[in-house]
Design a protein around this ligand. Structure first.
Ligand SMILES: Cc1cc2nc3c(=O)[nH]c(=O)nc-3n(C[C@H](O)[C@H](O)[C@H](O)COP(=O)(O)OP(=O)(O)OC[C@H]3O[C@@H](n4cnc5c(N)ncnc54)[C@H](O)[C@@H]3O)c2cc1C
Length: 492
């Protein structure tokens, strides 16, 4: 008998799960609250500017390629990938910035010119990071992590030691370089994607390997091209889409999910996968007796940041910016502490800008620039229009000074997105942008489980479960959950 699967949510993890389940022979219905696919990664066109609303760093290109290969495709069937070199700029003050080259050798050369004598230690740092990347991305991320026993095997245990789970990345970086600027350059990927470097296991130097060795890429047309590609693959596999249909309830009979209610209508299924935020699925779609985790569990989770974002259409060409620019002209540790230690609105935030029109002229009208500004802020802070305007003025003043040009008077389009929008648009817990922080106690089998412990045929995918936040992990999450379901349903 054909088995029917319902997937809730059409972000990367939901699209990935749906395509893989359909390929395995399930009849798949994907039900999405909004009118579009892509979730946090959708694109919005405002006044002729095409804004990618979420992710902008295309890292780990082989994860995308592996996904496409599964379906007989390759990335170039859907879009042209461009490698950015330099990968990004870090602006430290009016006159001081570092352009991060692409490639380990070039980065070592640059670091050596700033801190003579660090090349040897840096080479070791990248070698270790490569090992972690290869084991982490080759083996660990493909485990459903339902139990600690998946990791009890001599080879895995011996590699765990080298994976440096119990030492912090901040310590590891401090052993490698002493120059504060260089430390910040190495700490940036973990800070922006999930936790204070001092609380992040050194395992995550694999992100430095992804950043520096594998490079920063851009799909021409924007990150939405990946969404369109995955949607097309779902269509080819026969996935049925139901948009504008928030799931209101998962229907349970005798501890089995029999389907969901969306738009007042009941949809039946043999298996349900929720790729909507885990907290929302359990707390809003299930009654208390069917939840694996209660609200006290959620309140104790350390969340990755939320973001305050501005999408600006600029009616002239900008100078002194790269496609990706990080403004690190304020105190890094203070901002990190205001996100993670005692969550408050930042006193002097670091921020990041993405200017896609530098690489992709189609993302803005001719002669104009597409500028997105992102300020990472603690999850759960309430925002209002006064706060948004205050930080807008702070970052525009600083940008004008640091890049030596007028910007404010050339703004043709202005749109902001923050806490309230994350909640209303995606049902995001505490308005989180990137799910759970990457701390040791929230890694692998210590993350919210991919399978409900109360309902036998309810599964989860997405950035709040394994392997974690980011576009590549979300795509992998959908693949892993489909493998798990296929294994468990094969003989039923
Ligand atoms: C501003 C920002 C910048 C980022 N930058 C990067 C980056 O540069 N590189 C990178 O790799 N990652 C980045 N990330 C992280 C990355 O975008 C996410 O980890 C990833 O997109 C999450 O995918 P997902 O499928 O888990 O969740 P989502 O994309 O949130 O998908 C979940 C879907 O479920 C839907 N849904 C929710 N509730 C319901 C319901 N009741 N019924 C039906 N549907 C429902 C939502 O509408 C949504 O479409 C960024 C994220 C943000 C927000």
């Amino acid at each position: 008998m054909l088995k029917k699967a319902i997937v809730i949510g059409a972000g990367f993890s939901g699209l990935s799960a749906a395509a893989c389940l359909a390929q395995k022979g399930f009849t798949v219905q994907l039900i999405e609250k909004n009118s579009y696919a892509g979730g946090r990664a959708h694109q919005r066109t405002i006044g002729g500017f095409n804004f990618d609303m979420g992710p902008s760093f295309y890292w780990m290109p082989e994860v995308f390629e592996n996904f496409y290969n599964r379906f007989g495709h390759t990335a170039s069937d859907f879009y042209t990938l461009k490698k950015l070199d330099p990968s990004y700029r870090v602006q430290f003050s009016n006159y001081e910035y570092i352009d991060m080259p692409s490639g380990i050798e070039q980065v070592i050369k640059l670091f050596e010119s700033i801190e003579p004598g660090c090349a040897h230690k840096l080479t070791k740092f990248f070698k270790d990071a490569e090992y972690k990347y290869k084991i982490g991305m080759g083996e660990f991320v493909h485990k459903p992590s339902l139990s600690v026993f998946e990791f009890v095997d001599l080879r895995v245990l011996s590699s765990l030691f080298r994976m440096q789970l119990f030492t912090s990345i901040s310590k590891e970086i401090r052993k490698t370089v002493t120059h504060p600027r260089l430390r910040q350059l190495l700490e940036f990927p973990v800070l922006f994607l999930g936790a204070k470097p001092a609380d992040t296991p050194a395992l995550y130097s694999l992100m430095n390997y992804a950043d520096i060795a594998l490079g920063t890429w851009y799909p021409m047309g924007g990150m939405v091209k990946v969404v369109e590609a995955m949607k097309k693959i779902c269509d080819e596999q026969g996935v049925q889409f139901l948009f504008n249909s928030p799931v209101e309830k998962i229907v349970i009979k005798d501890n089995i999910a029999t389907g969901v209610i969306a738009g007042g209508e009941e949809h039946y299924a043999h298996v349900v996968v929720s790729s909507a935020d885990y907290h929302h699925t359990e707390q809003a779609l299930l009654s208390p007796e069917y939840r694996t985790y209660n609200s006290s569990y959620w309140n104790k989770r350390k969340m990755a940041p939320s973001c305050l974002m501005y999408y600006l259409g600029i009616s002239k060409k900008l100078v002194n910016l790269l496609h990706h620019t990080l403004f690190f002209d304020e105190d890094f540790d203070r901002h990190a502490s205001e996100i993670y230690d005692h969550p408050v609105w930042p006193s002097a935030p670091l921020f990041y800008t993405s200017c896609t029109s530098i690489t992709d002229e189609m993302s803005a009208p001719r002669g104009c620039e597409n500028l997105v500004i992102l300020i990472p802020v603690a999850a759960g802070l309430k925002d209002d229009s006064r706060i948004r305007e205050k930080y807008f003025n702070v970052v525009i003043d600083r940008m004008e000074k640091l890049t030596n040009q007028s910007i404010r008077e050339h703004i043709a389009v202005k749109y902001s997105f923050a806490y309230d929008d994350f909640v209303s648009e995606y049902n995001s817990f505490k308005g989180n942008a990137y799910g759970l922080a990457n701390t040791l106690m929230q890694t692998a089998f210590l993350k919210p489980s991919m399978k409900s412990r109360k309902i036998n045929n309810l599964y989860f995918a997405g950035q709040l479960t394994v392997p974690g936040p980011g576009v590549p992990p979300s795509i992998i999450s959908g693949q892993v959950v489909a493998e798990l379901i296929d294994k468990e349903y094969k003989y039923l």
